[in-house]
Design a protein around this ligand. Structure first.
Ligand code: SF4
Length: 326
């Protein structure tokens, strides 16, 4: 088992099914240009084989399917069907929701229990300004269809000081009304934001966020899984009853590297041990080769990837989020 000197080991695998996306969110990419050629991406079968091998070699227990946008690729159906048949303790996926409504029947048929939908505003015009693609109504429709099918929804919102700060309370109202847990993700200094004034202009940290929420709701900190990235809060009603939860993924304000168990596999077959490191470790040949070579080769690559992790905090990363998903 790959365990580093602080006791961290890989438990959560995030697989980027494709680097393609039908959006170009302002905090993720500079523009909508394609970052990878389709022919350089692994097939659904190769990526699924990678998951199996990483379960064996790294002890992976949980899987998150990401992108780019995982629903824009025809690989999604086969990949989901394959991984849902594996002995994983949890499978989820992150989507921008644009194509979600048409996939709900497949998700339910495969037994998927939960989905994370990235949504930064309930204002149609603001939506277009931030996402630079798609439309709000399609996303809201996808969310409602998931809820109707009994699939648990979490919302991911990136609060931006100049982009959507006035949407924080409407988004929380929307989520609480539907029993959805809203996760606020602090802006990350990644890709084009790594050394940009835009980051300082738009960064809205947990303290400011809680001040805004405190103007309407009472809340108190509550439990979260030991390796969770989120600080979680109960929202209290007038009679002190719990109305719901929200979370803050506070990579700047309250770093969580010391309990990081995440490993990422990109669509073009690289292992990434840490978002804050631009190191990556090629494994596509291993995934396409004989099993015994793959097991030995993956073990070596995993030790290198584990070595890339930060001890304390995310320090910024050149890697574009769209390439490896959150
Ligand atoms: S910066 Fe690296 S070590 Fe820290 S939480 Fe993110 S991926 Fe893990």
């Amino acid at each position: 088992m790959i365990v580093d000197r602080t006791g961290r080991r890989f438990r959560n695998l995030r697989v980027s099914l494709t680097a393609a996306c039908n959006y170009a969110c302002t905090y993720c990419v500079e523009d909508g240009k394609r970052l990878l050629r389709a022919r350089d991406e692994l097939s659904a079968a190769e990526l699924a084989h990678g998951v199996e091998l990483l379960m064996e070699v790294a002890g992976i227990e949980k899987l998150r399917i990401t992108g780019g946008e995982p629903l824009v690729t025809p690989k999604f159906d086969d990949f989901l069907t394959a991984v849902m048949a594996m002995p994983l303790s949890d499978v989820s996926f992150t989507t921008n929701g644009q194509l979600l409504a048409d996939k709900v029947d497949l998700l339910a048929r495969c037994g998927l229990k939960r989905v994370n939908v990235s949504l930064d505003t309930l204002h149609p015009e603001r939506f277009r300004q931030i996402a630079r693609g798609g439309d709000l109504d399609s996303v809201l429709h996808g969310i409602e269809r998931c809820l109707a099918a009994g699939i648990r929804v979490k919302l991911n919102m990136v609060p931006l000081k100049t982009g959507n700060a006035d949407q924080i309370l409407p988004m929380l109202d929307y989520a609480l009304e539907r029993g959805i847990e809203l996760r606020f993700i602090e802006l990350m200094r990644m890709g084009h934001l790594a050394h940009s004034a835009a980051f300082d202009r738009d960064f809205l940290g947990m303290e400011d966020l809680l001040d805004i929420i405190g103007a309407r709701y009472r809340y108190n900190r509550t439990d979260a899984a030991w390796d969770s990235t989120a600080v979680r809060f109960d929202v209290r009603g007038g009679d002190d009853a719990v109305l719901g939860q929200f979370g803050v993924i506070a990579n700047e304000s309250e770093p969580f590297c010391s309990t990081c168990t995440r490993l990422r596999l990109s669509a073009d077959g690289y292992l990434h041990g840490c978002l804050s490191s631009s190191n990556r470790h090629a494994v596509s040949d291993l995934l396409r080769g004989p099993r015994e070579d793959a097991v030995a080769g993956l073990e070596a690559a995993l030790w290198r990837a584990m070595g890339d992790k930060q001890d304390v905090a995310f320090t910024g990363g050149a890697t574009v989020m769209k390439l490896i998903g959150g």
